[in-house]
Design a protein around this ligand. Structure first.
Ligand SMILES: C=CC1=C(C)c2cc3[nH]c(cc4nc(cc5[nH]c(cc1n2)c(C)c5CCC(=O)O)C(CCC(=O)O)=C4C)c(C)c3C=C
Ligand SMILES: [Fe+2]
Ligand SMILES: [Fe+2]
Length: 378
């Protein structure tokens, strides 16, 4: 019997609102994506993204001038053309891919916890649905315990750190914020590594194995790592654990960093230079996976599977084959569900009991009050 049935006796009780069990929710947060593959839709998305101090930390006035004077004039049409290449009838892959993960995770959690349901919500750091609006909705629905799970396996101040900012800003507006827990990263989570390994092995079982496996992670400026961002260490650790799981030799797996923006030096080696180098070194079939991306998006489907594939072939390589992200695969959903259950320990099964007691007390008090003559009216 679902927990909520314990409380139906209070429905319509004139002494107070329907008392429901304390609700727990998981808030998945991904980066966000434009609403359409047009310059007009890409511009506000990029303005919010590149205006985030966590992403670009230049002095504000100087950066504002460059961003609004140059970048938001030049980049949106270029970005929109790239988005148009991966746009589908369901919209942006990042968006529908993230929604599919949220729905599958919800089903899995309901299956594993029929007695203490954990809601699942999805928000985007940039664009819609925003973190603030989603937290406000959960609050309205009675959620009192919130686990924030950014869909970034590796922590970076530019990605996860920025999600934490958005959550903190949203909680500031609430008089009574929910109890909060937060997953900083899951780059070495055994379930996650196993899911990545079996996804790559499954792909090889169907398509055969290439000459080399390249793991391409999103880059960040090197300066951020010098300032203490743990991102590089976490990418390298994910790569090492995955290599061990796949039983590959050190020379069979290469790590690189993609999606550089601007003139600063970003993490090396760059993915585009790496695929060209591998082609000139005689690699014929190059397999590429992007373990830093929970779901496929512009950066995997266009930058890797189209752009870098063309670079590789032009430099003399045979074929570059992109191995899809985990998306809503069983491996992804099972490992995220395990992560959620680990991070919500103590939630929410006792919560329902505590609330039942409170409800009974309130009902008893109401009976007492009803039996006593009214001393004064207020
Ligand atoms: C300019 C600085 C950028 C930093 C730092 C950065 C870090 C970073 N990004 C991701 C994940 C994604 N980025 C995506 C797109 C994207 N990234 C940047 C810039 C920085 N990212 C831009 C300008 C864009 C937009 C596209 C473009 O104009 O080229 C995406 C895909 C979004 C989509 O809609 O599909 C993801 C995902 C991480 C994980 C990260 C730090 C580790
Ligand atoms: Fe990015
Ligand atoms: Fe890119």
């Amino acid at each position: 019997m679902p927990r909520s049935d314990h409380y139906t006796g209070l429905a319509g009780d004139s002494h107070g609102p329907l008392v429901q069990p304390v609700q727990a929710a998981v808030l998945l947060v991904n980066l966000g994506t434009p609403t359409a593959p047009t310059a007009k839709a890409v511009r506000p998305y990029l303005a919010q993204f590149l205006g985030d101090r966590r992403v670009i930390d230049y002095p504000r006035w100087l950066w504002w001038l460059i961003l609004h004077g140059v970048i938001l004039r030049v980049r949106p049409p270029r970005s929109a053309r790239a988005y148009a290449k991966v746009w589908t009838s369901q919209g942006s892959p990042l968006r529908f891919g993230s929604e599919a993960v949220a729905e599958a995770l919800h089903r899995e959690l309901a299956r594993q916890r029929p007695d203490g349901p954990i809601q699942v919500a999805l928000a985007m750091r940039y664009g819609e649905p925003s973190v603030a609006a989603t937290i406000a909705r959960l609050q309205h629905e009675g959620v009192r315990r919130l686990l924030v799970l950014p869909l970034y396996p590796q922590y970076s101040a530019t990605s996860t750190g920025s999600v934490i900012d958005a959550v903190a800003d949203a909680l500031k507006t609430l008089r009574w914020p929910p109890e909060l827990r937060l997953v900083n990263d899951y780059h070495d989570d055994p379930g996650h590594i196993a899911a990545l390994a079996s996804s790559i092995e499954g792909w090889w079982a169907i398509n055969g194995r290439g000459d080399k496996l390249l793991l391409s992670f999103h880059g960040i400026p090197e300066r951020y790592v010098r300032l203490g961002d743990p991102y590089l260490d976490q990418c390298q650790r994910t790569a090492r654990l995955l290599r061990e799981h796949l039983r590959l030799g050190e020379d069979e797996l290469v790590v690189s960093f993609q999606s550089r923006v601007g003139r600063e030096s970003w993490l090396h080696p760059y993915t585009d230079a790496t695929v060209r180098r591998l082609a000139t070194e005689g690699v014929q079939r190059l397999d590429v996976a992007c373990p830093g991306f929970a779901v496929d998006c512009l950066e995997t489907l266009e930058e890797i599977a189209m752009q870098n594939r063309a670079f590789f072939i032009a430099a003399g390589g045979g074929d570059l084959r992109y191995i899809p992200a985990l998306n809503d695969s069983a491996g992804q959903v099972d490992s995220l569900a395990a992560l959620v259950l680990r991070h919500t320990q103590g939630w929410p099964e006792f919560a329902a009991d505590y609330d039942a007691e409170a409800a009974q007390r309130r009902q008893a008090d109401a009976h007492l009050r009803a039996q006593q003559p009214r001393a004064r009216s207020d």
